[in-house]
Ligand binder design. Structure first.
Ligand SMILES: NC(=O)c1ccc[n+]([C@@H]2O[C@H](COP(=O)([O-])OP(=O)(O)OC[C@H]3O[C@@H](n4cnc5c(N)ncnc54)[C@H](O)[C@@H]3O)[C@@H](O)[C@H]2O)c1
Length: 363
């Protein structure tokens, strides 16, 4: 059918399967091409999904040259996000870009400039945005119930959960736990309070578990961070206190807490905290409002909400819907550039052992 939305998938590794699984459930969408720099990988991937007529390429440039593709999913490792997203935008395609947005603030700015010039949509793939408990937290903050927000603590983490594959290779992923889980926790916390602008970051990173064969079998290949902590100043005199671990001798770094002048909100992690689980995907065990009533401090448990359906499918569907109706990016770069600026500043601050001021140019 000629009126189907024509999709290309760039990078056909692990997460591309989740994109493909989502697209194949959509009758209004057709996956017409895939690209992967590993010879034969895109062909095998497309065939696995029954898309034997779809074209397989070994570079993203060849896929982007096709002018009959409406939109692409960029599912490469982090270090290749910017080059692929920019090539897709410059060739007139809408982009669903996997998280994190990219690996530096400068790359993020380049992506935004290409997006602006192209007039196309670029959305960044943070599927926990579609989790109803994450949405509820945002609604509570927006209701004004907490008063002025002045402090947020986020600490989604794993006790033992270092992934393998390209995630631990600095040349490909650039970030370790920071770019894998950290960008999610930043998105959850910043989105809940309206994405205030970041002003400065003082961060620490370490690699004590990834580099130790006692804890990680591929220690000789490990070249990224496995733990990070940061003190982030945000516009509006708000502090974001962040900790993130792929591995540590602790069950969780912290619950997710928001302190306001009228009330505090606490989202707790599942207990006992699973080794691989994390609060940042919306896997929340309890939600509590802490406030005063009749002059006494009280704690009110709030109900948790079920999320009906698959949040990954929802993020892909939302992207497709917005493209089809000429709408807006559901998770816009105007927000995620703040997330990216913090990730970038974290690496610099940790390396130089000092606070880093964040400056984001006008785009
Ligand atoms: N949203 C989520 O839940 C989620 C989960 C896992 C990973 N991710 C993100 O998805 C991205 C990919 O992760 P993964 O686990 O699939 O990695 P992966 O290494 O399994 O797959 C990446 C693929 O991209 C290919 N590639 C690299 N550069 C390319 C280029 N220029 N053109 C074409 N192909 C190229 C690689 O050869 C590889 O096959 C990462 O950025 C990661 O953060 C998101």
């Amino acid at each position: 059918m000629a009126d189907k939305l024509r999709i290309g998938i760039i990078g056909t590794g692990g997460i591309a399967h989740a994109h493909a699984n989502s697209y194949r459930q959509m009758p209004d969408v057709e996956v017409v091409a895939g690209a992967d720099i590993i010879p034969g990988k895109a062909r095998k991937f497309l065939d696995e999904f029954g898309w034997t007529d779809a074209a397989a390429y070994e570079t993203h440039e060849e896929l982007c040259k096709r002018d009959d593709i409406d939109a692409v999913s960029v599912c490469t490792y982090n270090g290749q996000h910017a080059v692929c997203a920019i090539a897709a935008l410059e060739s007139g395609k809408h982009v669903l870009l996997e998280k994190p947005m990219c690996v530096t603030l400068a790359e993020g700015i380049d992506i935004m400039r290409a997006e602006k010039k192209s007039g196309k949509i670029l959305t960044v793939g943070f599927q926990p945005r579609y989790n109803n408990n994450c949405r509820k937290i945002k609604r509570i903050v927006e209701s004004g119930e907490l008063g002025k927000i002045y402090y947020v603590q986020i600490g989604g983490s794993r006790r033992r959960g270092i992934p393998g594959s390209t995630f631990i290779d600095k040349d490909k992923a650039v970030f370790g736990a920071i770019g894998d889980l950290g960008c999610y926790s930043l998105d959850l916390s910043l989105n809940s309070i309206g994405y205030p602008k970041p002003l400065s970051v003082s961060a620490y990173t370490s690699d004590f578990f990834g580099k130790n064969p006692k804890y990680y079998p591929e220690a000789d290949r490990f070249s990224v961070d496995d733990f990070s902590a940061a003190f982030i100043r945000l516009e509006g005199d708000i502090i974001l206190d962040y900790r993130m671990a792929w591995a540590m001798h602790m069950d969780i770094c912290s619950d997710f807490i928001i302190l306001g002048t009228d009330a505090g909100l606490k989202a707790t992690a599942p207990s006992p905290n699973p080794l691989w689980g994390s609060i940042i995907s919306g896997d929340i065990a309890g939600l509590y409002l802490m406030h005063d009533q009749c002059g006494e401090p009280v704690t009110t448990p709030l109900s948790l909400e079920q999320t009906r359906g698959d949040i990954f499918f929802m993020k892909v569907r939302d992207f497709v819907d917005q493209v089809e109706k000429g709408g807006k990016a559901p998770i816009p770069t105007s927000q995620i550039i703040y997330n990216q600026a913090i990730l970038d500043a974290m690496l610099t601050s940790a390396r130089e052992k000092c606070e880093v001021k964040i400056k984001i140019p006008e785009i």
